[in-house]
Design a protein around this ligand. Structure first.
Ligand code: FAD
Length: 338
């Protein structure tokens, strides 16, 4: 079982800034994030949309904000565990035992739940019985790109993930079709233009329509039927199907952790953002208290106060001093600036 000062559940903006505030106070953190990448809603739901209400940053996209939060925590010794969700959380004396879906176990002095809207899960393809091929021929994420080499691949979706993978795989696979319901793509215009150029060169094709049916042979998927946007239908033969219909949040296992909840959110005090279980804190969209607003800047403030309370909990009897990053040699050393 690995030991750390603090375990942070979720790498959305609140979880990432929590790592920074803990690091400033000399505490190390392990972050468990259900998705393969950090950024939470900012990256999953609006990576390219501008945000206008981050203090002192007049305009920044969701993706850029996440990138800058990551840059800010570079000086600290942080262990990230992506693609794995925290499933169990149990007090063990003054400390906590935390276990993930994949079986990783941690012994930590405090836990900060920054789980936002919950675990994001991929929107699934709604064709009866197709689920049983998940992980074999039907994929909602690319885990091993080499396994797709030389295969006939069909990609469904019209967002950044679908386009990014189409562009990446076009030169590696035997054949590639991108299927989207209309010619309005939700991806970077430059990516759409590159995809159209590849289609014009005959290196992939783009089919407008929706999945309607599929065929199997010897318990293997062999083809998918597309109901074409301009009428009619078409069968596409394939070896591997990649589906990128976006992500939806799911409350996950939080309700089983013995915390006081209010309509799927965790009740906290506003002094330390501590839950009904001492030592477990909750910051960002997942918490609720009188006057709470689900804004990124609320999560930042909550993370700062939670960090002070955690420091006090882990070092009882010592006064936690407020120090400024501008002038404190200790903080500047922790930031790698001295
Ligand atoms: P999230 O961003 O939801 O991140 C939580 C992370 O925790 C997720 O990555 C999730 O996968 C992970 N997680 C959950 N459960 C587990 C588990 N059990 N184990 C491991 N990982 C887990 N706010 C603003 O201030 N300004 C804006 O302009 C703005 N625009 C928005 C536009 C849209 C379209 C949307 C949807 C939201 C917008 N928001 C905006 C709100 C803002 O995105 C949220 O307030 C913010 O993302 C909350 O951050 P968070 O870190 O609390 O949670």
């Amino acid at each position: 079982m690995r030991r750390a000062d603090v375990l942070v559940v979720g790498a959305g903006p609140a979880g990432l800034f929590q790592v920074f505030e803990l690091g400033l106070l000399g505490l190390n953190a392990v972050v468990v994030e259900a998705l393969e990448r950090p950024g939470g809603q900012c990256v999953e739901l609006y990576p390219d949309k501008p945000i206008f209400d981050i203090p002192a940053i007049p305009e920044i996209s969701g993706g850029e904000l996440a990138a800058r939060l990551l840059k800010q925590i570079e000086p600290f010794d942080t262990e990230f565990r992506f693609g794995d969700a925290v499933s169990r959380l149990e007090p063990a004396g003054e400390r906590f035992h935390v276990v993930t879906d994949a079986g990783a176990a941690f012994d930590v002095g405090a836990v900060v739940i920054a789980a936002g809207a919950g675990v994001f899960r991929p929107v699934r393809m709604r064709l009866e019985g197709i689920d049983r091929f998940e992980g074999r021929q039907l994929h909602y994420a690319v885990r091993d790109r080499r396994a797709l080499k030389g295969q006939r691949v069909v990609i469904f979706g019209g967002g950044d993930s679908a386009l990014d993978w189409a562009l990446t795989l076009a030169s590696e696979v035997r054949s590639l079709a991108l299927v989207h319901r209309s010619d309005r793509f939700r991806a970077q215009p430059s990516q759409v233009a590159r995809m159209q150029a590849l289609c014009a060169e005959g290196r992939m094709e783009c089919v407008l329509g929706k999945a309607a049916d599929y065929r199997t042979l010897d318990d293997r998927l062999v083809a998918v039927q597309v109901a074409l946007a301009d009428g009619g239908e078409r069968w596409l033969a394939f070896d591997q199907l990649l589906v990128f219909f976006g992500m939806v949040p799911n409350p996950g296992p939080l309700a089983e952790w013995g915390l006081e909840m209010e309509r799927h959110r965790i009740r906290v005090d506003t002094q330390a953002f501590e839950t009904s279980v001492p030592g477990i804190f909750a910051v960002g969209d997942i918490n609720v208290y009188p006057g709470k607003q689900k804004l990124i800047l609320s999560g930042f403030h909550e993370a700062a106060l939670a960090a002070f309370a955690i420091k006090q909990r882990l070092e009882p009897g010592k006064k936690v001093q407020l120090q400024y990053t501008t002038t404190s040699p200790q903080l500047l050393r922790r930031l790698g600036r001295l």
